[in-house]
Design a protein around this ligand. Sequence first.
Ligand SMILES: [Zn+2]
Length: 472
Amino acid sequence: MKTSRRACAVFIFLLGAAGAAGAGEPAPIRTVAHVHSAYSGRKAPDMRLTLEIARQRGIEAVIFTDDAIADFEYGLWPLRRLIKAAVNRTSILRAGPSLYLEHIASLRKAFPKMIIIPGVEAAPYYYWSGSPFSSLTINDWNKHLSVAGLERPEDYEDLPVLGNRRLDRFAFGSLWPLLLLAGAALLGKARRRRSAAVAGAVGVLFLLNNFPFKTPAFSPYDPSAGWKPYEAVAAYADAKGFLCFWNHAEAPNWKTPYRLGPRVFTRTAPYPGCLQAVPQTDGFGALLEGDRTMTRPSGEWDQALGDYVQGRRKKAPWGFGELDYVGEGARGMTITSVSMDVHASSRNAAALLEALKAGRFETVAPEKGRALSLKTWRVQSEGRSAGSGETLTGAAHPAIRISMEPVGDSTMTVRVSLIRNGIVISHQTVTSPFSIAVPDDLGGEKRAFYRLDARWGANGALLSNPIFVFND
Ligand SMILES: [Zn+2]
């Protein structure tokens, strides 16, 4: 890590356990996201069981993101629709969004103190490569976006993902076999019966293949779609006010082709470039599977934040915590492996989503049950201050105040980095509980973002969301 020469003196003083908490501020809502249930298949548990476990572990809000649709198919050219193999897995659109939402409603009654938010994990697109006669690969099947806050059946039905057949559009060009039938009729009139029969049979065959004369927005046989299918989902979520963030962008699981069947493989290369490629999302799963290059100082997250600060993108990208939970202990994960402390104005679903969209939260991954809580995270200047996700204006010499407490009563050694515009301006190893004030000088820089990266043990982590300073 680089440390700026401009880093100023750092004042550290230990505080009593209660001393750092902001007076009168409501306690953050401990929230877990990217939770699968039986609606995703994969042996994931029923939602009720997950909510029971979450409640027992002190989690107050659960964002379910079950598979929107998990169907894929390969058809043999030129009769792709007639000669095909298809896999249809359990998903919300297969089960029916109304049923899913009724289930959510009954759970809200059964767990009145918990905030339960329904949503999807969307796989917007995939494309095939290779040949069925040697080996076939389904690409980008695991490039996913979480979309949360979908409260009406049509919110699911209108989701622009490949496989959602409801959105396929009429394709005039797919009526071309009618020309063959017209040709067959002319040949018949000319008494060329054999030619007429062949043209007629081929025409009928392709007419059947092309029925119902609709095509998806993006073809799974054309790899040129690039980021467009993902832009479509992000734009849909943005227009409807849903929360939308990238999932597991740096997961290495699917980097090398994984065998699905005798000659069929699946492959999804990590996609850390997603944040800049699709600027309409609310951010990305920083912990745990976006924590390789994306969260590094000057990494993809800081580059996207720089784009926001410089006015090149409308939305600031936030760093989310996501579990990809499919059951207690599955893939080495538990319901407490990563969570978010969300600073919402009140304890309900709408306020929680609003706070998440505004970046008023931090993400924590405990190490062996040892976790930290961020008590103070503010940038202040001349009696004014801004917190997580907020912007302070007219502050050339701001001071950054940070305080943390361990969850429980054990003290911990914590490595704390304060990052400004992608550069570490202060790196300290401190014992928690602690409080730090870092005076800064923005010099000639008109706009800045600050964020906090705290680590303990081998893999304990707390990532704040940014605070902005605009001086122009
Ligand atoms: Zn996923």
